[in-house]
Design a protein around this ligand. Sequence first.
Ligand SMILES: *Cc1c(COP(=O)(O)O)cnc(C)c1O
Length: 382
Amino acid sequence: MRKPRLFTPGPTPVPEHVLLRMAEPIIHHRHAEFIALMERVNRHLQTLFCTTQPVLTLTASGTGAAEAAMTTLFKEGEKGININNGKFAERWGKMMKTFGMTAIDVEIPWGNAIETEQLRDVLKQHPDASSVWLVHSETSTGTYTNICEMARTVRETLPNALVCIDGITSIGAHECRMDEWDIDVVMTGSQKGLMIPPGLAFVALSERAWQKAASFKSRNFYFDLKKAREAWQEHSTPWTPAVSLVCGLAPALEMMMEEGIENIWHRHATLSRGLRSGFEALNLKLYGTSPSHAVSVAYLPEKGGKDFVKLLKKDLGITVIGGQDQLKDVIFRTSHLGYYDEADMLGALGAMEHALHRIGHEFEAGKGVYAAQRVFLEAARR
Ligand SMILES: *Cc1c(COP(=O)(O)O)cnc(C)c1O
């Protein structure tokens, strides 16, 4: 017998009581019971996004939130600057082109984040850009970008450009203060930090962004955020929402509210630090220069590395995920986004030691667990 354990940065594990809630008999989305549920959910989402703006719930995966924001806010021919430092960032540039926008793709080597000076230079070269797209936590490479700094840089250099943030694996992992940092668009998805299955996307727009949206005729229908905002005022959605997922979302958000968002950010930082020091102690080289608190990335061992991920899954029940494109068979990614605690990290490291031993990797058994435990004990003392 092996207990299946999911360590992927989306979908992420779902707490048992949340799963049970989603198995309850379906309720009708225009009924008072659902409206009351939505009212609570909407309030908690605002706390999570650190905003007083509506956080709109869409029935889609995370990409749907980006498409909704893009088509609600920008017309054909508008220029968008896309800071492209990974597989997800790349997607937003492609999406701009699909919708007839001019995409300025700023390529940053994978595993790295853009720096302030570099961003300022790009902005100066494109004073006519009406948006700047940044990925807070680039899940393909485990890279964190300092959005507080970057948002400030955009505001200073191109005051009218909208700052659009892919917060899909940063919301619920990294500090992200939409209003205080003056961000115009923040989006996330349900299967990441929110601890429920895939199927819901969330997006919030600033006052500046809403004004822009109001300045032209909608060119979308299902994903028209103006319609979603109108329905939001009534704690409703314009179309049938994924009712069962919303029923799960409520207790998941209540768990988060009980822990407190600052404590959640702190927990993710600690888990990430612990896991990374475990990897280093096992002679696994860390990938990238700016680690995300949602997912930790290390190079696969040279010897037998290709079998490592498969062996972990098949013989030890642990699902981690490999790399994409040029990182295929080069790295592996381990999530600590959402429903994870210290014991999960110690368990994962223990299983990894087992798998590493099987593929003949050179390391001292127990050292990975020991290194992570030291980080956790030190964090618990504070
Ligand atoms: C998962 C993810 C997405 C895409 O979300 P889907 O839910 O697959 O549409 C976009 N950006 C980042 C950073 C992600 O981790």
